[in-house]
Design a protein around this ligand. Structure first.
Ligand SMILES: Cc1cc2nc3c(=O)[nH]c(=O)nc-3n(C[C@H](O)[C@H](O)[C@H](O)COP(=O)(O)O)c2cc1C
Length: 184
């Protein structure tokens, strides 16, 4: 099974990247999670360009998502919303439809006690508009700096919660594959 993680922060010491990298470490055998590192390489979304010929980095992003059985989005909250780089990336895949009916878990990590839950709510609304199947196991991580050390999630409770998110992604992906097979 293939999972892709999209990290909505470009910061070197990003808490949200640490969550995605830890998720990759915590996957069960038989599941491979690849962290997509190309958000900064996507041009600003421009519909005129999209309809003529989407640029190569966009095509690569779309292909990676199309091949994924489930997607994990980890994102900071900036000014009460999702980061601009994530929103820009999502705009490029509205037209491609790569997230339609795809299981997507949204995780926000913030040093604040709210855990970035407003960014999660906004990201969830955007993803649902795009037809994604946003999983209820999505979660926000409050006071994230105290649970992440050396670029990985150190807190055992949080690691267990992340395993739960990954299990939900696998379960949903398996159900969808079985349904597709039954429908021929
Ligand atoms: C411009 C800016 C706006 C921010 N706005 C919020 C916010 O609205 N809510 C919040 O919880 N944290 C906010 N933060 C703090 C971020 O959650 C924090 O910098 C976090 O570590 C960023 O995620 P990252 O570690 O993955 O890069 C803001 C930070 C910056 C630089």
């Amino acid at each position: 099974m293939k999972f892709v993680a999209i990290v909505g922060s470009l910061r070197a010491g990003s808490l949200n990247r640490a969550v995605a990298l830890s998720a990759a470490d915590l996957c069960d055998p038989g599941v491979e999670l690849t962290v997509f590192e190309g958000l900064a390489g996507l041009p600003f979304f421009e519909h005129d360009v999209e309809v003529v010929a989407p640029p190569a980095p966009v095509l690569a992003f779309r292909a990676q998502l199309a091949a994924a059985d489930a997607v994990l989005i980890t994102c900071p909250e900036y000014a009460a919303g999702m980061s601009g780089v994530l929103k820009n990336g999502l705009e490029w895949i509205v037209g491609g439809g790569e997230l339609v009916d795809k299981p997507v878990a949204v995780v926000t990590a913030s040093p604040a006690t709210t855990g970035g839950e407003r960014a999660r709510a906004w990201t969830t609304e955007t993803l649902r508009m795009m037809g994604a199947d946003v999983l209820p196991e999505s979660m926000s991580i409050p006071v994230a700096g105290s649970k992440i050390k050396g670029g990985r999630v150190a807190d055992e409770g949080l690691r267990a919660q992340l395993r739960g998110v990954l299990a939900a992604m696998a379960r949903s992906a398996k159900e969808k594959a079985e349904l597709a097979a039954a429908e021929g």
